[in-house]
Design a protein around this ligand. Sequence first.
Ligand code: NAD
Length: 476
Amino acid sequence: MRAHLQSIDQLPSLLAAQRSAFDQQGPVSAELRRGRIQQVIDLLVDHHQQLAEAMDADFGGRHPGFGLMNDVLGSLGSLKHARDHLEAWMPDEPRQVFAPYDQLGAQGWVQYQPKGSVGIIGTWNAPLFTLLSPLACALAAGNRAVLKPSEIVPRTAELLAQLIDQRFDPLELAIITGGVEVGQAFASQPFNHLVFTGSTEVGRDIMRRAAENLVPVTLELGGKSPVVIGQSADIAEAARRLAIAKGTNGGQICISPDRVFVPVAQREEFIRQLAEAFNGLYPGVSDNPDLVSVVNQRHLQRLDGYLAEVREMGVEVVQCPDVVFDAGSGKRPLSLVINPPLNSRIMREEIFGPALVVLSYSDIHHVVDEINQGERPLALYYFGTDQSEQDYVLGHTLSGGVSINDALMHAAMENAPFGGVGASGMGRYHGHEGFLEFSHVRTVFKAAAVDPRAEWGMLPPYHAGFTGVMQAQITR
Ligand code: NAD
């Protein structure tokens, strides 16, 4: 069998073969784990240019330099961090045994074992990162893996499949390409862990399928990540940083700012500064190689539909830059949608593209209430220098992660977990927490040679005073 599976029908026998190799192998040494990770690093280093070009072509315009930064360097960061730290994460950890067995010489420890085979389903918006960043942690934990890239980026998926096929033993790493049906069949397999990155709606279906085989899941989903601009914020700087974040991947990032709450008195200034900052970064649209295209017609129609609806409702929309663009191409300016009504689609659905809702407020408590009325978001951003307000916002909300006085940044921390909560997902990867996510943590108790239970009157047939002895130990 090859590492690039030609049909989903091959997956059950591959998984059985991976399982058998896993069982025969026993402990997976640090050297072997590092070697597997290094092979992925080498693949990226040797083929980074081709991969960046494939992503550019799949998007119909995604600057290859951006592809290198987002997907190649992003994945390399996770892979190298895992390679360089896994040995420190692996050792058994001693645990104190309860009294009096500790006195008698009993021992306890926990063991971090690989789970077996990890299935990883990726998205189109970060086609390499959503596969290879979780893979770094799965391999660090000693697992084998099978990848399923998104069909919306077929050139990237095919190239990655070819490269994996050339370089990997399918018993260690395999890949299968395909669309929704392949994804459904993939999620129905008896993996030992399944990672899914994608929409909340599909995430529910993935979890249902995984439940059939009791497969534990890591769900990296999306949501409407809010930005809270406090009274104390430097409006120009907040606007500049949000312009940079919103331009990243054309807003097609799971943690992209989705709606901004800005004090009513600063609203006009904020919009002016955001437009100016965005126009400075992206002075043109259709012919601008730096502006990432909306990935396909379906998403273009979805985004254009949000804007058409709010315009029809009479909502103010500020286009940045305010230039004529070719609606036939995938490139779109950033649209700031000011105070749209709650029933508009842009207020209900994840934007995931070049648009941003701006909502003005006069009381920060109402902002927190509004955030809490929605699903738990993947990210939350706070801008300001007022420590007590920052504590209030962070203390009264839940989100996957937070950046303060910037956006997107927390997700780049390789040594801290990345994941959602509630509707934005469950589980996490990156760093030590990622290693733990893909490890089975096994408790081991090693008995002492002496067993005093009979001598202490702890065993049946119970003596007359046994209940009294038990009762005497019930304390507060
Ligand atoms: P999607 O849910 O449509 O697809 C994701 C993957 O699942 C693809 O590989 C696809 O082929 C497969 N798939 C689609 N339908 C399926 C089904 N019914 N059963 C099984 N597999 C199926 O998501 P997308 O459009 O590729 O990505 C955008 C979404 O992903 C957004 O909601 C975004 O917020 C989220 N996202 C989250 C993260 C994160 O780390 N939390 C990262 C990137 C994107």
